[in-house]
Design a protein around this ligand. Structure first.
Ligand code: PLP
Length: 396
């Protein structure tokens, strides 16, 4: 008799975004004049850079001719893209072998798939609040999960704690949902902790391109990281690939668990279960690293940074506590007037017709906090912040 993976039954309903949609639908049905602005979206709005589009057009043409057609490619990605990523790391002072780089259809897949090659009895440490994928993928695998609590006291950047040693540690910096970014010293403490406990650090750097200050953009900027860390990165937010799908994962040769090279296991996993990202998409991704591509993504990133500044300037003016926004597209704010997350959600929807994301949806430590994103248009961001200012001054 077939059975199912009972762990799936232990997953909590992913009710956050459906609950937001329900509340907004109900509200707009009752208030047909409400011109709602969505400031909670985690998707980008700027289109693909021209250099990417051009490269993809060219690749499509190649695919249409027998002489330049590409069939199955290397599962772990084409050399032209792995080399471009390797050069990008070199500019940050990090030397990688191309075979330490694996191309994927995005960070989310690899963050889930990597668990295939790790022991099912491994314990897991995540931060609270947390990007829900880290939790759900481990619940599916039946692993025990520990939580490192973030709060305004630690700037939403929890540090290692001997009472919370785990085999697998997830860190996301710049962080989703909080926008907080670890500095060099803090990441060094995590790397030392992981090496000391023979833990694997799963480092999610999906938002590294948003960093402008002197803060780490890769875990491999930290001494000792190559013996404990795997890094997941994505073209989604950097270059507008949320719908195009491409990312990469770095698994250093020096990462050895139980005398086994993790890189070798991951290669085995990928070559067995994955058939690579399309040639066309990889050509598009490689164009991100050309001079033109870099210029064009910088324009888009600056566009979002300007939006983030409009938000943080408004919060500064209102004397509302927040983290993020400067080196991240996310702004994590303390709900004014000591409101709860959902209370502030309803208040903002009703009084300003603005939608954000209640912090509580990312974990218990998110209660009383709220996430705004910089991914809307400049016009809408300005309008939303005007409305926020107005409704809070009326409320005072
Ligand atoms: N990691 C974090 C922290 C994210 O916020 C996201 C997407 O929102 C991802 C990974 C997934 O990225 P991708 O689009 O490459 O799957």
């Amino acid at each position: 008799m077939a059975t199912i993976n009972e762990n799936y039954l232990k997953l909590s309903e992913s009710y956050l975004f459906s609950e937001i949609a329900n509340r907004v639908n109900k509200y707009t049905k009752e208030h047909s004049d409400a011109d709602v602005i969505r400031m909670g979206i985690g998707d980008v709005t700027r289109p693909l850079p021209e250099a990417v589009v051009e490269a993809m057009h060219k690749a499509v043409d190649e695919m249409g001719k027998a002489e330049t057609f590409h069939g199955y490619g290397p599962e772990q990605g084409y050399d032209f893209l792995k080399n471009a990523i390797g050069d990008y790391y070199l500019k940050k002072g990090i030397k990688l072998d191309p075979d330490e780089i694996f191309i994927s259809d995005g960070a989310k897949s690899d963050l889930g798939n990597i668990l295939d090659i790790l022991g099912s009895d491994n314990t897991v440490l995540v931060t609270d609040p947390v990007y829900p994928v880290y939790v759900d993928t481990n619940v599916m695998a039946g692993r025990k999960i520990l939580y490192a609590d973030a709060s305004s006291d630690n700037g939403f950047l929890p540090m290692p704690d001997e009472s919370l040693a785990a085999d697998i540690i997830y860190l996301c910096s710049p962080n989703n949902p909080t926008g907080a970014v670890y500095d060099y010293e803090q990441l060094k403490a995590w790397v030392d902790f992981a090496n000391k406990h023979n833990s694997i650090l799963l480092f999610d750097s999906a938002y590294e391109a948003f960093v402008v200050d002197k803060l780490p953009r890769s875990i491999y900027e930290i001494d000792g990281a190559k013996t404990c860390a795997i890094e997941f990165c994505s073209f989604s937010k950097t270059a507008g690939f949320t719908g195009t799908r491409c990312g990469y994962t770095v698994v250093p040769f020096d990462l050895i668990v139980n005398k086994t090279k993790v890189n070798k296991l991951w290669l085995r996993r990928q070559t067995t279960k994955f058939n690579g990202v399309s040639y066309i998409v990889q050509r598009g991704a490689a164009a991100v690293f050309t001079e033109e591509g870099q210029k064009q993504i910088a324009e888009n990133l600056n566009y979002y940074r300007q939006n983030a500044k409009i938000i943080t300037d408004t919060l500064d003016g209102l004397k509302i506590w927040y983290v993020g926004g400067k080196n991240s597209p996310y702004i994590w704010l303390k709900c004014p007037k000591n409101m709860g997350s959902w209370e502030f959600f309803d208040f903002l929807l009703d009084k300003a017709w603005v939608v954000g994301t209640p912090g509580e949806g990312f974990g218990k430590e998110g209660e009383g906090f709220f996430r705004l994103t910089a991914f809307s248009s400049a016009e809408k961001t300005k309008e939303a912040m005007q409305r926020l200012k107005k409704c809070l001054s009326n409320f005072a």
